[in-house]
Every structure is written in C-alpha cells, then in structure tokens.
Ligand binder design. Sequence first.
Ligand SMILES: *Cc1c(COP(=O)(O)O)cnc(C)c1O
Length: 437
Amino acid sequence: MTYNPMQTENPFVEILLAHCQALDAQDPLRGLRTHFSLPPEVIYLDGNSLGALPTTAAARVAEVVTQEWGQGLIRSWNSAKWFTLPQRMGDKIARLIGADPGEVVATDSTSINLYKVLSAALSMAAQDAPPRKQVLSERSNFPTDLYMAQALCQERGFELHLIEPEELATALTDQVAVLMLTHVNYRTGAMHNMAEVTAAAHKAGALALWDLAHSAGAVPVSLKAHKADFAIGCGYKYLNGGPGAPAFVWVNPKHTERFWQPLAGWWGHATPFEFTPDYRPAPGITRYLCGTQPILSMAALECGLDVFEAAESLGGMAALRAKSLALTDLFIALVEQRCSGHGLGLATPREHDRRGSQVCLTRQEGAYAIMQALIARGVIGDFRAGDGAIHKDILRFGFTPLYIGFEDVWHAVEHLRQVLDSGEWQLPAYTQKHAVT
Ligand SMILES: *Cc1c(COP(=O)(O)O)cnc(C)c1O
C-alpha cells in the first residue's frame, strides 16, 4: 500500500478534509484502531510519550489479579508462567527490532538497562590496550541517558564527551570507547542512520550502543543486520505497555557472555533456585535480569505487544512505517498551508530516512501555552523546553499509525489554526506550568 497524503503534486493546492477521509477509507491498517480504548473526544498525538490503552489490557490485568494472583497464589510463578515473562516478552520485542529469539529480555526501566549495558561496554573498553577513555554522545540526548553515563563515567574513570549531531564524524577519534546514541531524537524526531553510524563507530574502534526509546514499534530497526553492539528501549511509548511498563535490553550475542552486568541479582543467576552463595551468570541475555519483575505490568505490556502481532498479517512494521510517514507528511503540509504567518518552524527533518514518527514545531515564544490550549481542545501533544541557545522550545506531536488516521491529522491542524488565529493560547490559564509537561 502506498499512501498519497498530498491532494495533488502541487503543494499549494489546498488539502481538503474529504481527501483525508478518503485516505482513511482506503487505509488497510484502519481496523487496528479497534485494538485501543481512546476517549472519543480526544485526538491523541502523544503515543511517543505514553502509548494508548489496548482494549484487552484492563480485563487481562484484572484476570492476573483475581485469578493468577488471587486463586493461583504462589503456584502461578509456574502454572501461569510468570517466571519466564521477561524472556517471552523479549522474544515479541525482538521481532520489532531486528533481533533473534532469545536475545532480548523485557525488564526494569530504560535508565537501569542503560546502566547495565554501558557498564558492560566500559568493561570491554577497559580491556583494550591502551584503554580508551571517552564515552561519546549528543548534547540533546534524553537527559536520563546523559545522567546515567555521567555517573558511570565518574565511577569508572571515563570522560563523557557531548557533541551536536553534525560533529559526529570528527568526534569519533581513537579516544572513543563507546558511542552512545538515541536512534530517534526525543526533541526533534531526527533519526540517525543506524547502519552508517554503527559502521563509523566500529571503524574508529568504538562500540555502538543505541537507545531505541522512540524507535521500537515506531520505525523498522535492524540491530543484527546493522551489527549494533548494545541496545535498550522503552515499553510504555510506542509499544503501548502502560505507564512505567518494563523496558527492554538487547546485547549482540557475540558480547553477551563476556561479562557480568553490574546489577547481578538472582534472576540473572544460572540456577536461582539452588540458592548458592556465589554468583554464576545465566547463559545468554537472561544474565541481564536483576530481581523479581512487576508481573501486573508485564501482563499489560503483553497486551500492547499483541497488537503488533495483529499488525503482522497486514504488513507489520514496514506497513506501519509507510502509514506513519504519510501521516507526518500530511501534518507538515497542512501546518504549512493552514498555519503560516504564526512564527512556527519545523525542527524535524523532512527527509523520510532522517526522521522517526513524530513532528516537532518550534516557536520563539508561547509554545507551552499553545500546547495547553490544544490539550484543552482535546488535541494532546506535549511541550519540550529549549535551552535558550541552540535548541528552541518545541511543540511535539507523535503519530502512532496503529490508531491515528488521516482525518485526525486534518482536525488536529484545524484546531492549531484556530488556537493561533484567535489568540486563545494567550489566556492566563494556559501559561500555568504543570509538573509534567
Ligand atoms: C523516554 C526515554 C527514557 C525513559 O527512561 P525511563 O527509565 O523509563 O524513565 C530514556 N531514554 C530515552 C531516550 C527516552 O526517550
């Protein structure tokens, strides 16, 4: 299926609501929306931050609580297969990121998994002669990644070197031990070329560690084909696993058994139920587990992952990507047609192979209030503050092709137009900052 979001070849020809409705009518993926419970009055463009609720999740979690916990009690670790949930959910995630079964576990949080893999990567680097001392990342990487790296570098005697993306080629020197990047930038939606960047890192003698928080379930990823070394990612964004869902971790099988990871808890032990006093790591990715996992959250995550299984017969990630690009192309075109003259800029690259599944608009001032006014109208995106220098304030819109349609995009932009034309965003209520933006 190829989607044609533009009404004609001519970008000045107005894109009509009827055209968007026709795109929805022809969309082979439109039925996937029934797998989600969304409030009818909401256009949800924030699935990149917290995915929507799968329709099966409430009943499934209730079943786990009342049946598996309530009736099965401790027997459910075996009878309901609770104990192997990290590996079984890992196998479902592996299909979405170009890894093989048995190479991924769903566990802990993204931050904690980053600690484990970065620590393993630094141990590998420490064996080099002479050892390299730098971890290279981007200044605009998600802060928790930078904070975790900062702490680990301090502890292990490494230096964290931060650059802008265009400095990458020159910064990849023979001092770099690990290149730690987020594949799709959370602020701008810009996407790295994983194949090229990983090859460049390897050519410079560095390991490549990828954060897939905004990639897994959003864009096709080929970790093994692109020879990445380590990867982590998030369960509650595009995977729709629910607030605080378990994250995931992948290690290239050629590295997995070379090191213990530092959080060597009993779930990563080769024989946890022998209760021996000394640690012996489990073979394979299981050694990246630490302790007892949140089973209720795992149950919800499975409901999110099962929607991707339903999408597989419709073309899987390739089909979802085609629709996502059409949705984002349409959004950009509509904003340019209908909201010009309001000082909006585009922070997201236009080229398809350089962006993820979100579009970020910039504005010198008022971005926060404009987003609050949109949210009041039921168009939910979010706001990310700039740093006042290179990075501007951002209005962020995520497009999840599992449940967003073309007509939604048209209405979202129409609301944005009305908010800007009327000036309603200037109401004092919309400038009030909340704790979570
Ligand atoms: C969302 C996100 C995280 C979240 O980390 P948590 O440990 O789940 O809080 C980490 N890294 C990136 C790049 C993200 O986008």
